[in-house]
Design a protein around this ligand. Structure first.
Ligand code: ZN
Length: 469
């Protein structure tokens, strides 16, 4: 939404579960989603006294790869801190996180035309989960604690408030997911809770620089809901301010059922977590040679791929941005071109027919249809139908074209006969064209399409102009 007179200011806090076999500070395996409660726990992640945490090197490596890919600075010294607070899903009474010496800081991510600055990327551990049960009738309520997730590694990626719309916030999260998958740091599947985005949102009058009061959104579990929740929140804040009310600084949740945000917790007082250095973990010394090695081993990043799609295939920047934003689409595009499809039509097909959330064709399915349409064997509409059907039934494009009798008439002598007939029955339009009224060609082509709907329109047009000269 673009509200006249208002500027939207969004910063994003994203928690990502790096791909590791075990938890952040103990040897417990990461529990699958359907694991029985508390089946993946040990004295360390249960927070029993007298046990010592050990840093998971794979998590550190995933965090550093992400930080390097986000153009962050990596300091030599980093450490872990205790963030103290009391909640039943946190039996230790503190969460191990990073406070004043994070693993990385000051990077950026290009999202379309916007450069979003990254404030920091650091490592911490997840908390447990509360499961509420009981029935309203007997007023018997019970809550259970499942600590399978306690101690699961999390990377926290914090952006500066550089995002200006709900669309950009969604694009930022998608770009982050593509980057994380590309470097192999995380599967970043939002539905599985491996990527959790918490946008903070405020609005201000256009032309002012002071930040407005912000709200923070939680429990968003898809890119679509991320867009919807922010869009709703922006409208809500603008309506409140325009009708003379204040925006309250608070945490708000998103209700999928009601399609609205709702107040969860007001932040009248700044929380005081009394951070202090984790005494059971040594500060980490990051060897610059190791960082350099990680940097050199990075695969081609989405931003570099976007630039290459422009230079190697002469794609417009806009097309390249859309395609490079998702690795699956970029692989599909380059595969189809290798399979013989022309680059620009292949890009058009991906952007127009594949991108908006539908099923994705295989490389050969796409390449076959693009080739048939580009060569004029079938029309674009027919190509659309063939592509959809070949995805559905896994049958080849050639087979479907033959079955439906879609093949266009592209035989030159056959077309010439049709064109001669069109000229004969439209003598006036033909004479007009020859006298210089170029638009008379439209009437001739319209009649041709009526007489021979299957005629290859590009070839027929050429023959028509040739015969009229
Ligand atoms: Zn454990």
């Amino acid at each position: 939404m673009r509200a006249v007179g208002w500027e939207v200011v969004i910063g994003m806090e994203v928690h990502v579960q790096p791909t590791t076999r075990t938890k952040m500070f103990c040897g417990c395996a990461i529990a699958p989603l359907n694991a029985p409660p508390n089946s993946h726990t040990c004295p360390v992640c249960l927070g029993l006294p007298g046990v010592l945490p050990v840093i998971n090197k794979a998590a550190v490596e995933a965090c550093l790869k992400t930080a390097v890919a986000l153009n962050c600075e990596i300091p030599r010294h980093t450490k872990f801190d205790r963030k103290n607070y009391m909640y039943p899903d946190l039996p230790k009474g503190y969460q191990i996180s990073q406070y004043d010496l994070p693993m990385s800081h000051d990077g950026h991510l290009e999202v379309g035309e916007r450069r979003v600055r990254i404030r920091r990327v650091h490592l911490e551990e997840d908390t447990g989960k509360l499961v509420h049960a009981g029935d309203r009738l007997h007023k018997a309520w019970e809550s259970f604690v499942d600590l399978n997730r306690a101690g699961v590694p999390l990377m926290e990626i914090v952006s500066e408030p550089d995002i200006r719309s709900a669309e950009e916030a969604r694009d930022y999260a998608v770009a982050l997911r593509t980057l994380l998958r590309t470097v192999g740091a995380s599967e970043a599947d939002m539905e599985k809770g491996q990527l959790r985005a918490e946008p903070n949102i405020s609005v201000r009058r256009t032309g002012t620089t002071e930040l407005g009061v912000k709200t923070e959104l939680k429990n968003i579990n898809s890119f679509r809901n991320l867009y919807r929740a922010i869009d709703f929140e922006v409208k809500r804040q603008i309506e409140a301010l325009e009708s003379g009310h204040d925006v309250v600084q608070e945490t708000r949740g998103w209700s999928d059922a009601e399609q609205r945000t709702f107040s969860q917790r007001t932040k009248e007082f700044a929380e005081d977590y009394r951070y202090f250095p984790e005494p059971d973990l040594p500060p980490l010394e990051l060897d610059p040679a190791w960082i350099e090695e990680l940097r050199r081993a990075l695969p081609e990043l989405p931003e570099a791929r976007r630039v290459r799609l422009v230079s190697q295939y002469a794609l417009p920047l806009h097309d390249a941005s859309l395609i490079a934003a998702e690795r699956e689409l970029a692989d599909l595009f380059e595969g189809a071109v290798r399979a013989g499809a022309d680059a620009k039509p292949a890009a058009n097909w991906i952007i127009g027919e594949v991108a908006p959330g539908g099923s994705v064709p295989t490389i050969n399915q796409l390449a076959d249809v693009v080739k048939l349409v580009t060569s004029g064997s079938i029309t674009r509409d027919q190509g659309r139908e063939v592509l959809a059907e070949s995805i559905r039934s896994q049958r080849s494009a050639g087979e479907l074209v033959a079955e439906r009798g879609f093949a266009q008439v592209s035989d030159e002598s056959e077309l010439e006969a049709i064109v001669r007939e069109v000229i004969a029955t439209n003598a006036k339009a033909a004479a007009d064209y020859q006298a210089g009224k170029k638009q008379a060609l439209g009437a001739l082509m319209a009649d041709l399409k009526k007489k021979a709907p299957n005629a290859n329109p590009k070839m027929a047009n050429e023959i028509l102009q040739k015969l009229l000269q």
